[in-house]
Design a protein around this ligand. Structure first.
Ligand SMILES: [Zn+2]
Length: 299
């Protein structure tokens, strides 16, 4: 279900490509399960619900979509492994719920190119044909990708090759829709990106700011609220854990100064929240939460 918000005069919508079930150890890294299961209770296979949220911004530069989810190119077996249902076009359905279609998107901003963010950039021309070609899912959009992320994705290593797949970006390059960018970008009035290394070398977060209000879409710089409450909690997926901690410290400080609305991309429960002074120090007070998987109470 999408959530629509207004940041000053800028309408924003939190949309979703659905949910995966992922081993809890992936997101909680070195943290013992007895600690993280107080935040999110895993199922009998140790899996936790992981949302694939995107941010849609009605900006002065047109309609901006931040990340594109997993998309529909997985096989039935891969969907089973990831605990996904068999619905297609999940993100497109959410876009329609807030009044838009894939053809209306002007800019697709990729925080990074991991498969659960970039898979939805492209789709099979014919989903029933395994030899079908992949084409851009958002036919009229420019796709913005950091040059360093593109290089890392193009030459994956033993650790990253399980999540970087060229079918997610080659069709963009072939159709001339891919724009490589370097460093922080100003995309529109009140919309800018910041690179915040850790999860990958050049991963980006997105700020929306207008009329004294601000929103921070954290992406995988901090994908769960619990990881902002405890800076030492870093996912196993992060390539550079110490840099993740420093990036989180920096973003948290800025978000606190601006009283920003935080949007968590993967958190199974907390969709948005704001920083407050709590018993343990600065912590996230949830505002919108997912009803399907209630809070355990250990945020
Ligand atoms: Zn990622």
């Amino acid at each position: 279900m999408p959530y629509s918000l207004q940041i000053g005069s800028i309408p924003c919508h939190i949309v979703s490509d659905g949910r995966q079930l992922v081993d809890g150890g992936g997101f909680f890294g070195l943290v013992p399960r007895v600690l993280w299961e107080r935040v999110i209770r895993p199922d009998e296979k140790n899996r936790i619900p992981v949302q694939m949220r995107s941010l849609l911004i009605q900006s002065s530069a047109g309609l901006i979509l931040v990340d594109a989810g997993q998309g529909d190119k997985l096989t039935a077996k891969e969907r089973r492994i990831w605990g996904m249902d068999d619905r297609n076009q999940r993100l497109a359905a959410d876009l329609r719920r807030v009044g838009f279609g894939p053809e209306d998107v002007d800019i697709v901003l990729m925080t990074h190119l991991h498969a659960d963010h970039a898979g939805g950039c492209t789709r099979w021309v014919d989903p029933t044909d395994a030899d079908s070609a992949a084409v851009p899912s958002f036919p009229n959009a420019r796709y913005l990708i950091q040059r360093i992320e593109m290089a890392d994705a193009s030459f994956p290593n033993e650790r990253t090759r399980g999540t970087y797949f060229s079918q997610n970006w080659e069709p963009l390059r072939r159709s001339g829709r891919l724009d490589l960018v370097d460093g922080d970008q100003r995309l529109a009035v009140g919309v800018r990106t910041v690179t915040a290394p850790g999860h990958t070398e050049s991963i980006q977060a997105v700020w929306v700011e207008d009329g004294g209000a601000s929103l921070l879409f954290l992406g995988d710089t901090c994908s769960w609220a619990a990881h902002l409450n405890r800076l030492a909690w870093v996912p196993s997926f992060d390539l550079y854990p110490m840099r993740s901690i420093e990036s989180k410290r920096h973003l948290r400080q800025q978000a606190q100064e601006k009283n920003a609305l935080l949007v968590f991309q993967h958190d199974g429960q907390v969709v948005t929240g704001r920083l407050v002074q709590g018993a343990r120090g600065v912590e996230v007070r949830p505002e919108i939460t997912e009803e399907a998987w209630p809070l355990v109470g250990g945020q």
